[in-house]
Design a protein around this ligand. Structure first.
Ligand code: SF4
Ligand code: SF4
Length: 601
């Protein structure tokens, strides 16, 4: 087989592995850290890939591929598996046909997630084998091997990866695609895929027997490697932790697990019996440690290593010193550069900014936010979001709060704030539920911020993207959808029309009952907003800072020559010309470039 060397990220390694394995159907919902897998796959020939409406649908699309007999893969971030859990827990009971791999991107340290969730436990919970690659080469190799195991055992496999592996790069030997003949699809006489009794009861026994076969496979799989160094201490580790351990280089024996679930008990006992001390190094929860302890194997792990965050060179070296494995902790020879701290900001010209500015000025006390780039609205200077829990959760939360407030005779206006991607992902069932036992004492305003893309993860298309671009093929109107469900008070507005937006918000926040505002404005980044820039005429500016409060990055106060008081200033290279600052200026000191020629300032 022809081999070529490339520098790939872990994500790209998985995409390449899927391609080389002859994979045909891949589906995902965009979520950091795994977005790049499907982004990469979209350029491969012979592969169908899609960003689905949510992770449950993505999993179902991939299950469909497997049921049709072809190798299929579902990709999601760790919390996405919660969304997909319903079909997953039943699918793992059934036999797969085409090989099936679920990629779960975990996020130790919560770099861009609402929680830190160790999905190795999800794999165990769902009775799946779990593979944990250590670098981009293993990401590629393990993906291929996961398909082999899946087809041999007729069961789905999980490839559990972490953020640093997803985005880190290493040299990879890439090969060629091997076309795999499709398996027979579900036979029309076969009801073993219909998970109702008695087939579902029988499936429990099949699942147990399959897991036993996987345990036997784990006895001498090439995925697990023992490195002997003549020491009386054994370190058991997996994934990226192995590479960091190699840097620390404590001169002990290492059992590197590639298959972290299940671990073969007989093998684990055989190996660990030769050592005085066994230490487990793993990020987040004590997954391997608990499996070993359940087998009666004495070991230590979380005693020395944090239960949260990423474990780096320093953490591992310090833990090993505490465990008596290292005498001294050698500092890494690294140089650091001081950088200026900058909180996350909405982009220049972001359509969400006027909404948050208006909400702040409205002094609304209870804004229940949701997951998306608009969650930045909870930060200074807007500070608009009392709660952010999970995708689509704002819909149910405001409903429950309004019922509880009504029982206490509290008249608190409630706002649910959700983006279009999240709305399509899992906001719709909660929206429909709003119509259930609607009360006349409630004051709920649902705001859907429709910027026509999944902006937080880099601008992947969603169900309404097609309204702006021909390339994207779904054109769902949130306004029409809400009305068709039965909502009679739906208002649509252009978020860049500040006065109109302010007027409608004022009306709807005061309205007793349930109303929906669909606030439209294209994502300035995805749809490349680039209008002529705005500038401040310092001779008119009174320095009131109203424009500064909109928090657009190009705006700042500065001293102009010959003018005593600080006046506002716009960095023209950053301004995309959305006009919001000009609309809030009480004295018309902000003008668009080009107006001078027409007799402007
Ligand atoms: S017009 Fe004003 S608010 Fe819009 S991008 Fe430029 S500086 Fe920002
Ligand atoms: S809103 Fe207008 S007057 Fe106030 S600081 Fe900005 S440019 Fe100056």
């Amino acid at each position: 087989m022809a081999k070529d060397k490339k520098v790939l990220t872990g994500n790209q390694g998985i995409a390449q592995g899927f391609y080389e394995a002859g994979g045909k159907v891949a589906a995902s919902y965009p979520g950091s850290p795994t977005v790049e897998i499907l982004d990469t796959l979209s350029s491969y020939q012979g592969v169908y890939s899609e960003f689905s409406t949510n992770e449950k649908v993505a999993l179902e699309v991939a299950i469909g591929g497997s049921f049709a007999g072809v190798r299929s893969m579902a990709v999601m971030k760790h919390v996405g598996v919660n969304i997909a859990a319903d079909p997953l827990m039943t699918f793992t009971q059934t036999k797969t046909l085409g090989g099936f791999v679920l990629v779960s991107g975990d996020d130790p340290g919560l770099a861009s997630s609402q929680n830190e969730q160790d999905n190795r436990f999800f794999g165990k919970f769902a009775n799946m084998g779990v593979l944990d690659p250590a670098d981009s080469q293993e990401s590629l190799d393990y993906t291929k091997q996961a398909f082999e195991i899946s087809e041999e055992l007729q069961g789905p496999m999980m490839l559990r990866i972490t953020s640093r592996l997803c985005h880190g790069r290493s040299i990879v030997n890439v090969g060629e695609r091997k076309e795999v003949a499709p398996k027979e699809t579900i036979a029309d006489s076969d009801d073993s895929y219909c998970m109702i009794p008695p087939a579902s009861k029988e499936a429990q026994f099949f699942m147990k027997e399959r897991l036993d076969r996987l345990k036997s496979y784990a006895y001498d799989t090439n995925l697990n490697k023992l490195e002997e160094n003549g020491s009386d201490t054994l370190i058991i580790t997996s994934g990226l932790m192995y590479n960091i351990l190699k840097e620390v280089n404590p001169h002990v024996d290492v059992w590197k697990l590639g298959l972290v679930y299940p671990i073969n008990e007989e093998k684990a006992k055989e190996i660990t019996a030769n050592y005085n001390k066994v230490i487990v190094i793993e990020e987040m929860m004590p997954f391997i440690e608990e499996q070993l302890k359940l087998m009666g194997i004495e070991c230590e792990g979380k005693k020395y290593f944090s239960f949260t965050g990423e474990l780096d060179y320093g953490h591992i070296a310090k833990g090993l010193k505490e465990a008596g494995i290292l005498d001294v902790v050698n500092e890494l020879d690294s140089t650091t550069t001081d950088t200026v701290e900058r909180p996350p900001l909405f982009c220049s010209g972001c359509p969400h900014r006027p909404v948050f500015d208006i909400l702040k000025k409205s002094k609304t006390k209870m804004v229940i936010g949701d997951i998306g780039c608009y969650s930045m609205g909870m930060q200074h200077p807007f500070e608009q979001s009392q709660s952010i829990i999970s995708m689509g959760a704002c819909m149910g939360i405001v409903k429950g709060m309004s019922k509880a407030f009504a029982m206490q005779e509290k008249q608190e206006p409630l706002v649910a704030l959700i983006g279009d991607g999240t709305f399509f992902h899992s906001g719709i069932p909660g929206l429909i539920n709003q119509l259930h036992q609607q009360g006349d004492k409630e004051n709920i305003t649902i705001v859907v911020l429709d910027n026509r893309t999944t902006a937080m993860t880099g601008g992947q298309p969603n169900a309404s993207s097609g309204l702006y671009t021909k390339k994207d093929d779904m054109k769902v109107s949130i306004n029409e959808l809400a009305q068709s469900i039965g909502f009679d008070r739906v208002k649509e507005l252009d978020q860049y029309d500040y006065d109109e937006t302010k007027k409608i918000f004022k009306e709807e926040l005061a309205h007793q009952g349930l109303s929906i505002i669909v606030a439209n404005g294209p994502c300035a980044l995805k749809f490349k907003m680039n209008n002529p820039h705005y500038y401040v005429d310092p001779s008119i500016c009174i320095g009131c800072r109203s424009c500064i409060k909109t928090n657009c990055p190009p705006l700042k106060m500065k001293e102009y020559e010959g003018i005593e008081k600080k006046k506002s200033f716009i960095d023209k290279d950053m301004c995309v010309g959305c006009s919001i600052c000009a609309q809030v200026c009480p004295v018309n000191a902000i003008k668009q470039s080009g107006e001078e020629a027409k007799g402007g300032a």
